[in-house]
Design a protein around this ligand. Structure first.
Ligand code: NDP
Length: 275
């Protein structure tokens, strides 16, 4: 799979698996583990999780799915803003590592900006990086001004901004995305199919051709954007297979123009949207 370089020199695959909503219901657990394993076998070795998802439950599901495969994986987790103090970040990371049954994360993100000063969080992230518990760190739900502010503390090492980005949420194309491109920082697009809501869009349906589904068009469109990593979530094998196959779809200039018409790019700056 194609991958994108991070400022540290490491690389991140362009298509991975989300885990929000996993680890919440015992009945679903084996299906979730099976789905993640299936995706890894296909080649979706980037797994995105967070201490927030299922209050640690998603990380435990991931631990089951990745058994014996750690070296193939690119594991991402996130610290809650209220835990993101100097000591709290390190403790939260230790808890995530324990739940994930691993001794390092490939990428550790501040989930969104809270009230803890960024200087404290970045001190902790730099320490975690130095101790080898994380290979890289980054942020999530940061608008451009937050990213610029973070630059004071991050030693130019912020590896990504994980933000809401899909056909119906293109606001970041005005500022966050160009800024990240200019800095050489990949953007991770979360909720690529708007948690399923995008699939009901008639315009998307019209562009989907024989053998190409609306979900594949939405994911493929993101994969056509420069410097973007996409992390759809599914607990079903058939949908994981479908989403994975988006890697092989090429949208024509006419398709891209039709999508621009149905989902226009931003005409002005707008506040960053979050889910
Ligand atoms: P997605 O846009 O990935 O949509 C997930 C939903 O769509 C699930 O309900 C899934 O159901 C369904 N789905 C998946 N594939 C298909 C398909 N091919 N056809 C029909 N339905 C499908 O939304 P998420 O919000 O989960 O975003 C992806 C990931 O991004 C998250 O899981 C999380 O890891 C991350 N994220 C990060 C945030 C942040 O603040 N940093 C915020 C939100 C998400 P089913 O499982 O039943 O298939």
């Amino acid at each position: 799979m194609r991958s994108l370089p991070l400022p540290s020199g490491a690389t991140m695959p362009v298509l991975g698996q989300g885990t929000w909503g996993m680890g919440e219901r015992t009945k679903q657990r084996s299906q979730e583990i099976d789905a993640l394993k299936f995706g890894i076998d296909l080649g979706m070795t980037l797994i995105d999780t967070a201490e927030m998802y299922g209050e640690g439950g998603a990380e435990e599901v991931v631990a089951e799915a990745i058994k014996g495969q750690r070296s193939r994986l690119f594991l991402v987790s996130k610290v809650y803003p209220h835990n993101a103090t100097r000591r709290g970040t390190i403790q939260a990371c230790d808890r995530s590592l324990k739940r994930l049954k691993t001794d390092y994360l490939d990428l550790y993100l501040l989930h969104w900006r809270g009230s803890v000063p960024l200087s404290e969080t970045f001190e902790a992230l730099l320490e975690l990086r130095q101790s080898g518990k994380i290979r890289d760190f980054g942020v999530s739900n940061f608008d451009q001004d937050d990213l610029v502010e973070a630059r004071q503390f991050d030693h130019n090492l912020t590896a990504t901004d994980q933000v809401l980005y899909n056909l119906s949420r293109r606001g970041i194309e005005w500022d966050v995305l160009p800024w990240c491109r200019q800095q050489g920082i990949p953007v991770m697009a979360y909720s690529p199919i708007e948690q399923g809501r995008l699939l009901k869009n008639k315009a998307l349906g019209a562009i989907s051709r024989l053998n190409v589904t609306p979900a594949q068009v939405a994911i493929s469109w993101l994969l056509h954007q420069e410097n973007v990593v996409v992390i759809p979530k599914s607990s079903r094998r058939d949908r994981i297979q479908e989403n994975y196959a988006a890697l092989d779809i090429t949208l024509s200039q006419a398709d891209l123009a039709a999508l621009d018409e149905a989902f226009p790019p931003p005409a002005r700056s707008q506040p960053l949207e979050m889910l």
